[in-house]
Design a protein around this ligand. Sequence first.
Ligand SMILES: [Zn+2]
Length: 428
Amino acid sequence: MGMSVTEHSYQVPMHHVNAEPSLRICIQGFGGNSACEGPFAVGTQIIQFQHRVDYVIQGFSGFSEYTFQDDVQVADVGNGTDDALWAAAAGSIGYVRSGANVGGNTGIFSKAAENNLAGLIFVNKHANCGQIEANDCVPIFKTSRIDEVQDANGGTVPSELPFIAMSKDAGEILEQAIFNATGTTGVLEMLMDVTNDQERTIYVPCGEIRGKSSEVVIVGGHHDTVYHGQGAVDDTSGTASVLEIGRQLSQIVNETGKPERTLRFCTWGGEEEGLYGSRAYVSAFQNSLKDDLRLYLNLDMSHVDADTANRGNSVTLIGNHPDDMDHLARITELYRNERSDVADRYDIQLRTLDGDDPDSNGMPDNSDHAPFVYDLGDERGRAVICYGSGSWEYHTYADTMERFNEESLGVSVTIYGTYMRFLAYSDS
Ligand SMILES: [Zn+2]
């Protein structure tokens, strides 16, 4: 008995970084009369920011080729809540400080498009500060809901509106050189070779163990990462867990025989730009999933950082159906008793979110379970998810294997794998 493999591919909107970007400030010598570069650059100071560490390109950023000669102005938009500042920034690169709720990346990217800004810089002054790099707040990659930004831009993708996030320290250097200069005001160069108005192919590979019925239990995680980091925790941890559950269940099926239900193991592409892989898959198989989906199990950052003493040790198992949560409570109890060597090191929590609204008491809509829950018609699809803890490096260049704690993956692999095995051979 074996596992059959299918590779699905989908064309989806996607931005693509074509080349290393460049972000520099020139403070011209000779009271602003010297050139920025070349043999006539006398007394000129060039500040160079480091890609990935000082700044990262944001999801669906547009292209730019602003050189020192272009002398594009940078406008302080405060925390992004003042419409007058947005209007005044037309034609300039808007500089937004974190700290206010202006609808996240989608909100400020839309404001920048609506007000015809030449570019957008978001400086991180609040997230992960002092946790990764001295006292700095390391820049985080985030995506935008591109359809909303398109609406704000009159129906098209803002393909010439570059959008980056900066670290706190890099932002302060920019503020000093451009907004608070004591001498000559600095000039910004912003070269962002990205394409944001094309579709790209993403892949969804699935393994399947066919059961006696077409009713299906699916486990998945996303294999893409943010473009500028390794994505060790987000989400190599999840895809490794999917492969391990698949390996063990194959072995069990070989020993025990054909399961009652069909078991499927998938990894998703395009998650970080907006759940594109799982959405396309659910849309392609909508009818059969409506009839046959028994449960979708999502593993996205099901990982606990190795430094549990300083970063916490919680693993939270969340589901949207009380029957599933009853079974999981029983299995978790068994796990605590029989695998106390591992279980004792983690604070395993169970939560039921059985509402209809991701913003209040429903399943969140921030990972690949969302299409399974919310896109299968009126009835909510059944899903469980697992959140680990302690990944301060989330969506930064520092999400590397150095912080990996493979033992912690065992919690969700064992509990969810056991539940999959139970569902495989029972009619519950
Ligand atoms: Zn993720």
